[in-house]
Design a protein around this ligand. Structure first.
Ligand SMILES: Nc1nc2c(ncn2[C@@H]2O[C@H](COP(=O)(O)OP(=O)(O)OP(=O)(O)O)[C@@H](O)[C@H]2O)c(=O)[nH]1
Ligand SMILES: [Mg+2]
Length: 201
């Protein structure tokens, strides 16, 4: 896609430990379906989606979301999170699996990397994935929400298999980016006005 086919670009990092569903969330958001088992991500996988944004003064703008889907192996984390220093990320999406206690208990390792490397204005979202699997749930909604609140993160539970909250995750995230820019006197706003509506292409 050449530069002229979008007005703005947001870089978004997806991170979290292995097999928590990072790539499945993205696959559902971009392709609108659930594919079942995917190949493990090696290093980074890049993908993107262009959405339309309606500004308050009725201008239509194209926003390109550029996703950096990362590998969840612990030895790769310094490299993955080091990229937060080198590139202009707008948001980071940290994923755990609500049926996998270990993926939740080890979240502080990722949060430390994010806080050490991310910019002050970075929007942080914690995602409890696999919420359609109630019978196997190990981490309550409240526990996830509390961790997010204590670490200054937004919180949502998702399920790409049943298509629960996937669009909402990214819609809320985009709104939060615009809100932050609007309220930060030092930032260069991406848009003059906050978007009124967003629609997928
Ligand atoms: N039942 C169920 N399985 C899911 C869901 N989301 C992901 N999975 C499965 O969980 C496994 C791991 O999903 P991935 O999306 O590859 O996970 P990942 O975090 O990208 O993994 P790495 O790239 O290896 O770090 C796959 O077998 C998915 O099909 C879900 O909502 N429900
Ligand atoms: Mg993956």
């Amino acid at each position: 896609m050449d530069k002229s086919s979008y007005d703005y670009i947001f870089d978004i990092l997806l991170c979290g430990f292995s097999c928590v569903g990072k790539s499945s969330i993205l696959y559902r958001f971009i392709n609108g379906t659930y594919k079942g088992p995917l190949e493990g991500t090696i290093g980074f996988d890049w993908s993107s989606k262009v959405i339309s944004i309606q500004t308050i003064d009725n201008n239509e703008k194209k926003l390109k979301l550029k996703f950096w889907d990362s590998n969840g192996q612990e030895r790769c984390l310094p490299f993955i999170f080091g990229c937060l220093r080198k590139f202009d990320f707008k948001a980071v999406v940290l994923v755990y699996d609500i049926t996998n206690e270990d993926s939740f208990e080890r979240l502080p390792i990722c949060v430390t990397h994010i806080n050490n490397n991310g910019s002050e204005g970075l929007i942080k979202v914690l995602v409890g994935n696999n919420c359609g699997n109630e019978k196997k749930r190990k981490i309550s909604f409240e526990k996830g929400e509390e961790f997010a609140r204590k670490n200054n993160m937004m919180f949502i539970e998702t399920c790409p298999r049943l298509n629960i909250n996937i669009d909402k995750l990214f819609t809320d995230l985009i709104k939060a980016i615009f809100d932050k820019e609007k309220n930060d006197p030092h930032s260069k706003p991406t848009l003059k006005n906050n978007p009124d509506e967003m629609s997928n292409e």
